[in-house]
Design a binder for this molecule. Structure first.
Ligand SMILES: Nc1ncnc2c1ncn2[C@@H]1O[C@H](COP(=O)(O)OP(=O)(O)OP(=O)(O)O)[C@@H](O)[C@H]1O
Length: 339
C-alpha cells in the first residue's frame, strides 16, 4: 500500500523586484495531504484551481521531495530509500512527453530499462514481451517520430511497465487520443489493476473516464483535500438526487395519494410531480401521464414501482432517468455552490 501522511510541499521561487533585487516567494502547492492507494485499486486524483495534482504525482514518483510529512510504499519510507522505492513505482504521462523521438520503440525501452538498473538480458526479454503486449512488435525498430499518437501512447504504457512496478501513476493517459484507442487504453488500465493487482493513481480531465475506472476519488482544492469517496457517493453528496420518469396510460388523479403512500412504504418519500403529455411515438394512444419522482436511486425506484403500476391498471409506455454525474458534481464544487 502507498500511504501519504500529512504531506506538504512548498515551492520557493525568487521574483525579480529590481535590477539587483529579488524577493523570495513561497507557494504551498500541497497542504497536509493524506492519501492511500491499495494494490489492485484504481484511485482518481481530481483538482480544482491549481490543485496540486502534478506536485502530488511528482512526489509519489520520487521526482520531488515533500517539505514535510512522510510517504511510505509497502511500509518503506521514501525518505532515505529512494532507490528501493523507485523499483516499485512508475509513471505514464499522456501526450507526447517522456519518450525519445529519434530512438526506436525498442531503444526507448532499452534506455529506460537501463535507468532502472535491469540487466541486458532482462531488458531484452521484457522489451520483447511488452512490445508484443501493446501491439508494437512490428513497429519496434521504427523511430518513434514515425509513430501515430495511439502508437506513442501504447509505447508509453510499455515504458511505464518496464520495471514491473507495483504502483503506477497515470497523468492524463488518454490526452488527445481517438475514442477507440482511449477505450482500449481504459481496458488496459482496468486489467493492470484487477488482473495484475497493480495499484493505480489516475488524473484525467475526462471525468467520465474517472467515473468509469476509479474505485475511489480524491478531490483537491488549492492543495487541500476536499473530498474522498467512491465516485457515485461524491455525485450523490454533491449533486443530489436522481429523477425517475415513468410514462403511463390509464392515469387517474385518484391514484395520487395511493402512489405517494406506496412510495413512502418503498422507502422513497418523494415529491411527486406529474404532468399530462402527448407523445406521437407512444404506440396507439397519443396521451400519457408522466410520473416524475426524485429519489436517491432512479433504477431501483422504477423496478420497485412496476408491480404497483400493473396492479392499478396502468400501462407503462416509457421510462427514463435524469442522473447527475461526476462532471456535474465537480462543476458544482468548482463554482463553490456546495459547502
Ligand atoms: N516549480 C514550481 N515553482 C513554483 N510554483 C509551482 C511550481 N510547480 C507548481 N507550482 C504552483 O503550485 C500550485 C499547484 O500546481 P500543480 O501543477 O501541482 O497543480 P495541478 O493540479 O497539476 O494543476 P493543473 O491541473 O492546472 O496542471 C500552482 O499554484 C502552481 O502555480
Amino acid at each position: 500500500m502507498i500511504q501519504m501522511n500529512e504531506v506538504t510541499k512548498t515551492y520557493e521561487t525568487r521574483n525579480r523586484t529590481g535590477l539587483f533585487r529579488s524577493e523570495l516567494k513561497r507557494v504551498t502547492a500541497v497542504k497536509n495531504l493524506s492519501l492511500n492507494i491499495d494494490k489492485g485499486e484504481i484511485v482518481g486524483l481530481l483538482g480544482l484551481n491549481g490543485a496540486g495534482k502534478t506536485t502530488t504525482i511528482r512526489m509519489l514518483s520520487t521526482l520531488l521531495d515533500p517539505t514535510s510529512g512522510d510517504i511510505q510504499i509497502d511500509g518503506v519510507s521514501l525518505a532515505g530509500n529512494r532507490r528501493d522505492v523507485q523499483q516499485k513505482v512508475n509513471m505514464i504521462a499522456g501526450g507526447e512527453r517522456m519518450l525519445y523521438w529519434r530512438l526506436t520503440g525498442r531503444e526507448n525501452l532499452q534506455y529506460f530499462g537501463k535507468l532502472y538498473g535491469l540487466s541486458a538480458s532482462k531488458i531484452r526479454v521484457e522489451s520483447d514481451r511488452l512490445l508484443a503486449e501493446v501491439g508494437l512488435t512490428e513497429a519496434a525498430d521504427q523511430p518513434v517520430e514515425q509513430y501515430s499518437k495511439g502508437m506513442k501512447q501504447r509505447l508509453q504504457i510499455a515504458r511505464g511497465l518496464i520495471n514491473d512496478p507495483q504502483y503506477l501513476f497515470l497523468d492524463e493517459p488518454t490526452l488527445g487520443l481517438d475514442a477507440p484507442i482511449a477505450r482500449q487504453l481504459r481496458g488496459t488500465v482496468r486489467q493492470l489493476a484487477k488482473e495484475q493487482g497493480k495499484g493505480i493513481l489516475l488524473t484525467s480531465h475526462y471525468l467520465q473516464e474517472v467515473e468509469e475506472l476509479c474505485d475511489r476519488v480524491y478531490v483537491l482544492n488549492r492543495g487541500e483535500l476536499l473530498l474522498c469517496d467512491k465516485p457515485e457517493a461524491i455525485v450523490r453528496q454533491v449533486a443530489g438526487s436522481q429523477t425517475a420518469h415513468l410514462d403511463v396510460t390509464g392515469w387517474d388523479e385518484a391514484l395520487r395519494p395511493q402512489l405517494l403512500e406506496h412510495l413512502g412504504q418503498l422507502g422513497h418519500p418523494a415529491e411527486l410531480a406529474g404532468s399530462c403529455r402527448s407523445d406521437e411515438s407512444s404506440f396507439g394512444s397519443d396521451a400519457f401521464y408522466r410520473i416524475s419522482v426524485q429519489t436517491p436511486s432512479a433504477d431501483r425506484l422504477i423496478t420497485e414501482l412496476l408491480p404497483w403500476t400493473a396492479a392499478n391498471g396502468l400501462v407503462i409506455t416509457g421510462f427514463s432517468c435524469d442522473k447527475p454525474n461526476l462532471e456535474d458534481a465537480i462543476i458544482l464544487l468548482s463554482e463553490g455552490r456546495v459547502s
